[in-house]
Design a binder for this molecule. Structure first.
Ligand code: ADP
Length: 253
């Protein structure tokens, strides 16, 4: 089944679209999966997570992917972000045929186009918040002074301008995740891929981090794909897809 959405702008909400069903100019999808298959070879034989899976995501969409544990959501996100290769099928992401990238090209593509946020922040404990956010810029070859200046700006964007010299262990869970968001976006990627970004946070902190994701998504013109178990947060996305039995289907909570 191909999941094709109406064109969405970063500011377009689901309710606004429902009230104003004006035809919009067709635009090229920023993500296109065609006939995707992923099969793992395990000691117990082949494990096919999905085959013949199709998906189109338009620029500016915020898509939630839900589904039971083990359905293959993280694997799908890894394939979208060139962290894992499909067994078959094509993955076009930001006009790049991701499945055909060499490891070096894949790393450059990820650094340029994709911001990742995980359930656990994976900040480097021995570095300050500012240095952690600057890391992707240093990896790209920016001078340290420039990287730190850009990182400081991003810490401001996530409301942590006064925590730059704190190490991750000196920050709360919500603050750590906000630093991780700043690090994910410091290279100004077009895509934000988030795997249970609020899964390790209490309800109120999760809501605040999701508010921040929504705000950054809109203000930076991002296209975002979020894997989540939290249906309340999923319902705030422009659409929800459920991954079940190797198929993605539109889902209404
Ligand atoms: P979800 O994110 O929906 O919980 P995952 O994508 O993490 O699901 O995993 C889907 C299934 O694939 C699980 O059953 C998992 O055990 C299996 N799996 C994930 N990675 C590998 C791997 N490298 N080798 C074999 N099986 C794997």
């Amino acid at each position: 089944m191909t999941q094709t959405s109406p064109a969405a702008t970063p500011q377009t909400t689901r309710s606004a679209r429902a009230e104003e069903p004006r035809p919009q100019a067709a635009q090229a999808p920023i993500i296109q999966l065609q006939n995707l298959e992923k099969t793992y070879t395990t000691a117990r034989g082949a494990l096919t997570l999905f085959s013949g899976l199709n998906l189109e995501v338009q620029p500016g969409e915020m898509v939630a992917i839900v589904g039971q544990s083990g359905a293959g959501k993280s694997t799908l996100l890894h394939i979208l972000g060139a962290l894992d290769a499909p067994t078959a099928g094509t993955v076009t992401c930001a006009s790049v045929n991701v499945a055909q990238l060499s490891p070096r090209e894949g790393a450059a593509f990820r650094n340029r186009e994709i911001g990742y946020v995980w359930q656990f922040h994976y900040l480097l404990p021995e570095f300050t918040a500012l240095e952690n956010v600057a890391m992707p810029l240093l990896a790209r070859g920016l001078r340290k002074s420039e990287a730190l200046a850009a990182a400081a700006k991003w810490l401001g964007e996530v409301g942590l301008e006064d925590r730059g010299d704190h190490r991750p262990g000196e920050l709360s869970g919500g603050e750590q995740q906000r630093v991780a968001l700043a690090r994910a976006l410091v290279n100004n990627p077009r895509l934000l891929l988030a795997d249970e970004p609020t899964g390790d946070l209490d309800e109120s902190t999760a809501g605040c981090v999701f508010d921040l994701i929504e705000r950054l998504h809109a203000s930076h013109g991002l296209t975002s794909i979020l894997v989540t178990h939290n249906m309340e947060l999923a319902a705030r996305c422009s659409r929800i897809l459920r991954l079940e039995s190797g198929r993605l289907a539109a889902y209404t909570p």
